[in-house]
Write a protein that binds this ligand. Structure first.
Ligand code: IPE
Ligand code: IPE
Ligand code: MG
Length: 257
């Protein structure tokens, strides 16, 4: 486990942060292990995970990160026992009710990416209500990836493109990456600059595959319920030290050119 210095979460200084990421994605992982380590049921880990989610949103607002996308429930998470899936949905309901006012006060615009078909009607209504109520949020766009799968998002866009082509609304010869993106559910999000995953796992697990194509990856050895604002700020600082090349030759070559 990484040992972190004493926390001074309020001390984040955006001035020192030269090239901040516009879009940060977080795979919130490790709730089950956090609970198991304490001999507690997994749902207790998920409850503490909601607290960590609040801290993460606050850190994003405080650091003036404009886009934050959190992975809440994957299309693969249906493989879990029904009781755990139900617990996760109950927590989602509770969060959407309890935090709406706070999110509005923080200037957070909430939206969901993922399949609404297949979710309980009342959850979809709570999501739609939150999206409507927070539509004016100007500080942070918080996308919750819920019942979300990256491959599915891309396949669905491809199906829509095929339909548009068949109906003569789109010329397949002119299909560019930019046009393709317009059909994605995350089409209005910028590319992900920084992808944080907690719990020590080093994989993407079908999260925003298209948007994360050139994301810098930060794998943290902290379980999600232990995630503090300082972890977010540390990840931003670490990101600021990375050299993003996007396939180019890099600064060393440029300097000697
Ligand atoms: C993340 O924690 C929460 C969700 C995937 C919804 P996990 O439940 O995956 O926790 P671990 O990975 O089993 O520790
Ligand atoms: C990814 O975590 C999904 C979410 C955080 C919602 P998982 O715990 O489901 O991922 P795997 O199964 O370890 O890859
Ligand atoms: Mg997990």
């Amino acid at each position: 486990m990484t040992v972190h210095a004493p926390l001074s979460a309020e001390a984040f200084d955006p001035v020192n942060h030269a090239t901040p990421p516009r879009h940060v994605g977080v795979i919130m992982d490790g709730n089950g292990r956090w609970a198991a380590a304490r001999g507690l049921p997994r749902v207790v880990g998920h409850k503490h995970g909601v607290e960590a989610l609040r801290r993460c949103v606050e850190a994003a607002v405080q650091s003036r990160t404009p886009y934050l996308t959190l992975y809440g429930f994957s299309t693969e998470n249906w493989r879990r026992p029904r009781a755990e899936v139900d617990d996760l949905f109950s927590l989602a309901r509770r969060y959407l009710k309890s935090d709406l006012t706070r999110l509005k006060e923080q200037g957070v615009r909430v939206r969901m990416a993922g399949e609404r078909d297949g979710l309980a009607r009342d959850i979809v209504e709570l999501v739609e209500h939150a999206e409507h109520e927070t539509a004016d949020g100007a500080h942070l766009t918080l996308t919750i990836a819920f019942n979300y799968g990256g491959r599915y998002e891309i396949a669905k866009a491809a199906a829509q493109i095929a339909r548009a082509s068949a109906e003569g609304r789109l010329n397949p010869e002119t299909l560019s990456e930019d046009v393709f993106e317009e059909f994605l559910e995350t089409g209005d999000l910028p590319d992900m600059d920084l992808l944080i995953r907690t719990s020590g796992e080093r994989r993407i697990s079908n999260f925003l595959l298209w948007r994360a194509a050139y994301a810098e990856l930060a794998f943290l050895d902290v379980l999600w319920p232990d995630f503090q604002k300082q972890h977010f700020f540390d990840a931003l600082r670490d990101y600021a030290c990375r050299e993003r090349r996007f396939g180019g030759a890099g600064s060393a070559v440029k300097a000697s050119a």
